[in-house]
Design a protein around this ligand. Structure first.
Ligand code: 5GP
Length: 213
């Protein structure tokens, strides 16, 4: 059984079924899961930038658009960067089994809509999920053939600087992200491959090699 993190007391999702994201996992086609890549790694490590570069070079790769209860940052577009949904809508998505995986992160919920993943797998299309650790663990259970890649910062100092430099989050959210980053780094060995994002070109080359090997 997949163990989800314990929701915080004030969590809008405290009544969610712990097995909700997986109850109809059989409906996800199992063939061709090797086309699915999970890209994880602590907040601020540069996963988004890496993915942006990957997409420029390989426009046929599909990147999953997650649902989140977080508010949009300046420049973020609904339906492109995320589906920005209310807490009640997110709760309904969980309860209806619409999400392949979901987790709470720094006070907000994030989840991967299942239907586009099913379609991409059915069509043999390359698809990448950029998600945090708890979600990656859930995908490891439901789609064991998927590639699991972890992006590492060159150092924890660099990571902290990047998280702070973004300057779009509150101090409380920054503190939560830093604490979570430490927990995520401790789990790096769970992944099939670790890529150190020291030099973006090298990191991109390693990611490409992993996806297309
Ligand atoms: P941010 O708020 O910085 O966009 O994202 C915070 C964290 O949530 C990042 O580590 C990001 O990878 C992760 N995340 C984004 N979408 C999803 C999702 O659908 N599921 C899970 N489990 N994590 C996600």
């Amino acid at each position: 059984m997949v163990i989800l993190h314990s929701p915080q007391k004030e969590s809008p999702v405290e009544t969610f079924s712990k097995t909700g994201p997986h109850k109809d996992r059989q409906s996800v086609p199992q063939a061709g899961n090797g086309n699915l890549t999970v890209l994880a790694g602590p907040s601020g490590v540069g996963k988004g930038t890496l993915l942006g570069r990957l997409l420029k070079r390989h426009p046929n790769i599909q990147v999953s658009v997650s649902a989140t209860t977080r508010s949009p940052r300046p420049g973020e577009i609904d339906g492109q960067h995320y589906f920005f949904v209310s807490k009640s809508r997110f709760k309904a998505m969980v309860e209806n089994g619409e999400l392949l995986e979901w987790a709470e992160f720094a006070g907000n919920c994030y989840g991967t809509p299942k239907a586009p993943i099913e379609l991409a797998i059915a069509h043999g299309q390359q698809i990448v999920l950029e998600i945090e650790l708890l979600g990656a663990r859930q995908v490891r259970e439901s789609l064991p053939g998927a590639k699991q890649i972890f992006v590492m910062p060159p150092s924890t100092d660099t990571l902290e600087r990047r998280i702070r430099r973004r300057g779009q989050d509150s101090e409380a959210a920054i503190a939560q992200r830093l604490a979570r980053a430490k927990a995520e780094l401790a789990a790096a060995d769970e992944f099939d491959l670790k890529i150190v994002n020291d030099n973006i070109d090298n990191a991109l080359a390693e990611l490409e090699a992993a996806i297309f090997d």
